[in-house]
Design a protein around this ligand. Structure first.
Ligand SMILES: [Zn+2]
Length: 273
């Protein structure tokens, strides 16, 4: 039966218990046989980067939290490694003079999940199983919610627009050029080659979503490096007095451009240029 950290410390200090396992920290009482245990519930709140887990003792309506933990997921790392492996293999294949195509023999088994997602299921399940082997778990509850991420970015999205996505009718570069007015988002320089720039830097875990991308000239891109947007504006000499521009970027980045009207036929069908 789980106890508080203080109780465990005292029991160990007095030699009444021994350490069995370091994680999750488990002790065994030496001077007692037979025990009184109370039912415990595990509560799980799954997330994309971390999953929160709570172990609670339920006493009627009252609940006592016995342990709280967070499971950090490696999804990003896994997909990155797979991308790298793909690139290595592609390079190796390209060294061969000829190789018969064999891309039609690949099937995915039923219930297949992408490795970055599968690992989330597996690690959560194994931690729960480990807890079940240590604690008298009687029930498990899980918060299952689905977020409408498209609606979060664009509250007006509806109907067929869900299938069309923000990029319909554009290539990424074209879309960004249109969205950011063909100028550097930071210094507003127009006559210079523009580079795709991550607003929340990729090195800090920023995503490749279109809402995290903007355009910057080479000097701005290099100067920003891996700084967060606000830090960049605060530290840069050139941009110090351009608070309005920072606000504009923050407002603009979440706003979808809307589909280019010339590409949509009355029936709702899209013609690609
Ligand atoms: Zn610039």
């Amino acid at each position: 039966m789980p106890c508080s950290e203080k109780r465990a410390r005292l029991l160990l200090g007095r030699g009444r218990a021994v350490v069995v396992r370091a994680y999750p920290f488990t002790i065994r009482l030496k001077d007692r046989t037979g025990s009184i245990i109370q039912p415990v519930r595990i509560k799980i709140d799954p997330g994309s980067k971390t999953t929160g887990i709570a172990v609670v003792r339920e006493n009627g309506q009252k609940q006592h939290v016995l342990a709280l933990m967070e499971l950090a997921h490696r999804g990003r790392q896994i997909s990155k490694s797979l991308d790298q492996r793909r690139a290595f293999r592609r390079r190796r294949r390209n060294q061969l003079r000829y190789r018969a195509p064999r891309f039609l023999n690949r099937t995915k088994p039923k219930g297949w999940l992408a490795p970055s997602l599968q690992h989330r299921v597996d690690t959560t399940r194994s931690l729960v199983n480990r807890l079940r082997s240590l604690v008298p778990v009687e029930s498990i509850s899980q918060e299952l919610v689905r977020f409408d991420t498209q609606k979060m970015e664009n509250p007006e999205v509806s109907g067929v627009e869900y299938q069309q996505g923000t990029l319909l009718g554009y290539e990424i570069r074209e879309y960004l050029l249109e969205k950011w007015g063909r100028e550097c988002a930071y210094c507003a320089d127009k006559d210079t080659p523009l580079q795709i720039e991550h607003i929340d830097p990729k090195a800090n875990g920023g995503s490749n979503r279109i809402s995290n991308l903007t355009l910057a000239c080479r000097p701005c891109n290099q100067e920003k490096g891996r700084q967060p947007l606000a830090d960049f504006f605060a530290s840069s000499k050139r941009l110090k007095n351009h608070q309005a521009r920072l606000d504009r970027i923050l407002k603009q980045c979440k706003k979808p451009l809307g589909t280019p009207p010339r590409l949509i036929q009355p029936g709702g069908r899209c013609i690609r240029p």
